[in-house]
Design a protein around this ligand. Structure first.
Ligand code: IMP
Ligand code: MG
Length: 188
């Protein structure tokens, strides 16, 4: 029987990172995270930055065997479209009074200008978290506007607007199981 390719898939010009490749990247990141926090006597909290990081965080979480807790922050830097507005808005904050005893690991889908993670790490360090590290599935260093390097990174990607595995364009495509590049006509 002929199976039709779903319309969402057809909006992609090509697959940049397949589901299988994503899985290999997450395996490696999980091993690095595990090695980093293995001997820490403190509580480790993964801070999932909503919404795009949700699938990545879920895959990472289930590969970790050390005790890890979960918190969420919701931050937006993008309006509708593919260009950053340059400022970030925190609409769900991490409110706790015990951060001095905690190792924080911020989970992001992609680092672009670097503003989001740079602002968030500053903020949480100012609130006296014992440590603040950052973990991103994808990094686009060619687009950096501030000096920022993630502690853990799946892979560097070229300057293309990507969707899938949590990443969206106008809230669509988050459910694609791979990372794809949208066809140019989708933007217009
Ligand atoms: P930054 O603050 O410029 O580093 O932006 C990071 C945020 O921009 C990410 O969490 C994404 O939400 C969004 N973003 C950056 N590049 C892309 C992309 O290629 N596709 C989808 N979202 C992106
Ligand atoms: Mg995001």
């Amino acid at each position: 029987m002929h199976q039709q390719t779903p319309a969402l898939y057809n909006d992609c010009a090509y697959t940049m990172i397949s589901a299988e490749e994503i899985s290999v990247l997450v395996d490696r990141i999980a091993a690095e995270v595990q090695a980093t926090y293995q001997d820490s006597p403190r509580r480790l909290i993964m801070v999932v930055i909503l919404k795009g990081s949700m699938p990545f965080a879920a895959e990472l979480l289930k590969r970790l065997t050390l005790p890890v807790e979960l918190e969420f922050m919701k931050v937006s830097s993008y309006g509708a479209g593919t260009k950053s507005s340059g400022e970030i808005k925190i609409s769900l904050d991490l409110v706790r009074d015990d951060l001095q005893d905690i190792d924080l690991l911020l989970i992001e889908d992609i680092v672009d200008s670097g503003r989001t993670l740079s602002r968030l790490t500053d903020l949480l360090r100012n609130r006296n978290a014992h440590s603040v590290r950052t973990c991103t599935l994808l990094d686009k260093p060619s687009r950096r506007e501030v000096d920022f390097t993630p502690d853990f990174c799946g892979t560097v990607v070229p300057d293309e607007f990507v969707v899938g595995f949590g990443l969206d364009y106008n809230e669509k495509y988050r459910n694609l199981p791979f990372i794809g590049v949208l066809k140019p006509e989708i933007y217009s």
